[in-house]
Design a protein around this ligand. Structure first.
Ligand code: AMP
Length: 410
């Protein structure tokens, strides 16, 4: 299938060819014609599937073919995203896809001067890519209105809800014209998203490119069983000895990310932490160094890493499993991007077993476990709750609780 068969105009197709986009990805094949036809869309698609182009290309084409009247606001498309990093990435993609047109886009996100942003907004842009909180600030300050927005996109809607943007989103919706086309993209399509989408979408076309809650194809997942104190040496071994070019490493906490990055540096690996406590300038610089290959290992938290688009990333490592099972899918989706193969490695000690059991139940499949040569676990250690002992141990805990209570009663 070609881009031109999706009713995209010749200039845009030629521009995509110059960018090296030969064929549309599955989400693009399905979404582009539906968006061009003006229908609302509810799409389940992870980062790395080409989802940005799936909404950006038809929106750009629509905007090129219409122009605002003189007295109307210039902004006709609004893309809501959960994080600054995703805003930057989506904005960058839009600017690349619209390079050959007059269409302009602008980012609106928190953590930077509100005044400078307000000036940029006043200058106007056809497309605004925004995080909900800062957008609302500008709307309340009457720096802008959304009166002429005809295209609305929610990108990573599940993460927006996770991050508590629900009220802000509802507030933004009140300020949008009722006559509009709305597209909702979410990595996971679950009951919560279906329920939320009922408020936003009218008779949407539901598009899913892979099974629900499954990870993108072409990702090899491995779980290495090892002792907790061997995680760092094993990680450094993998990066140094297995000649990995670069790796994205996930930690549950900001402090954990700092600690792992510091330990890796000590072991001679050029590593850096990436989390929300770092200033925007530091985050941007770290990301640029990682993209250029200067930094070999980026140790990130889930929120910070959401939506990161790094080309040629072959390895993702979970030094700990995430708090939320959905995040496992997001994490490993950072590799195996746009059809390239990738490896997602989880370092698992006995303490992590209960978390793995929950994750496997969520994924509805087992993750293959193996030993890493030279880092075999000490088998005399016992898991707090293993698959086999889970029921028995829960019963035992209940019994102990009842016993303690009856003692108290005596
Ligand atoms: P996304 O899922 O939007 O984050 O896109 C993931 C990566 O795939 C980005 O680096 C895009 O530039 C790239 N990409 C998107 N669509 C295509 C395509 N049809 N052919 C080749 N690369 C693509």
């Amino acid at each position: 299938m070609s881009f031109s068969s999706l009713s995209l105009q010749a200039e845009l197709v030629e521009h995509l060819a110059r960018l090296g986009y030969e064929q549309p990805t599955p989400i693009q094949q399905q979404a582009i014609p539906v968006v061009l036809a003006g229908k609302d869309v509810l799409a389940g698609a992870q980062t790395g599937t080409g989802k940005t182009a799936a909404f950006a290309l038809p929106i750009i084409q629509k905007l090129v073919n219409t122009s605002p009247c003189e007295h109307q606001e210039r902004t006709r498309a609004l893309i809501l995203v959960p994080t600054r990093e995703l805003a930057q990435q989506v904005n960058q993609s839009i600017q690349t896809y619209a390079e050959h047109t007059q269409i302009s886009s602008l980012m609106v996100y928190g953590g930077v001067s509100i005044k400078a942003q307000a000036d940029a907004i006043k200058a106007g842009a056809d497309i605004i890519v925004a995080t909900p909180g800062r957008l609302l600030d500008h709307l309340r300050n009457r720096v802008m209105t959304l009166s002429n927005v005809s295209q609305l996109v929610f990108d990573e809607a599940d993460r927006m809800l996770d991050m508590g943007f629900r009220d802000e989103i509802i507030e933004v919706l009140k300020r949008l014209p009722k006559e509009r086309q709305t597209l909702l993209f979410s990595a996971t399509l679950d009951e919560r998203i279906f329920k939320f989408s009922k408020r936003l979408l009218q008779s949407p076309q539901v598009i899913e490119t892979s099974e629900r809650n499954t990870t993108a194809a072409k990702i090899v997942e491995r779980v290495y069983n090892l002792d907790a104190n061997k995680k760092m040496p094993a990680l450094c071994h993998l990066i140094n000895k297995e000649s990995w070019q670069q790796a994205l490493i996930f930690s549950r906490t900001k402090q954990g990310a700092d600690k792992v990055a510091a330990q890796m540096k000590q072991a001679g690996v050029n590593a850096a932490a990436f989390h929300a406590d770092l200033s925007q300038a530091v985050r941007e610089s770290v990301l640029a160094q990682f993209k250029s290959g200067d930094i070999k290992a980026l140790v990130a938290t889930d929120v910070a890493a959401r939506g990161l688009d790094i080309n040629e990333l072959n390895y993702v490592v979970n030094i700990e499993l995430p708090f939320q099972n959905e995040d496992y899918i997001h994490r490993i989706g950072r590799t195996g991007r746009a059809g390239k193969a990738g490896q997602a490695i989880t370092l698992l000690s006995v303490d992590d077993e209960p978390q793995l059991i929950k994750l496997e139940a969520f994924l509805d499949r087992r993750l293959p476990q193996q030993w890493l040569v030279g880092f075999e676990p000490d088998l005399t250690q016992v898991a707090p709750v293993t698959r086999k002992t889970k029921k028995g141990s829960l019963k035992q805990q209940a019994r102990q609780k009842a016993l303690a209570q009856s003692k108290k009663g005596r």
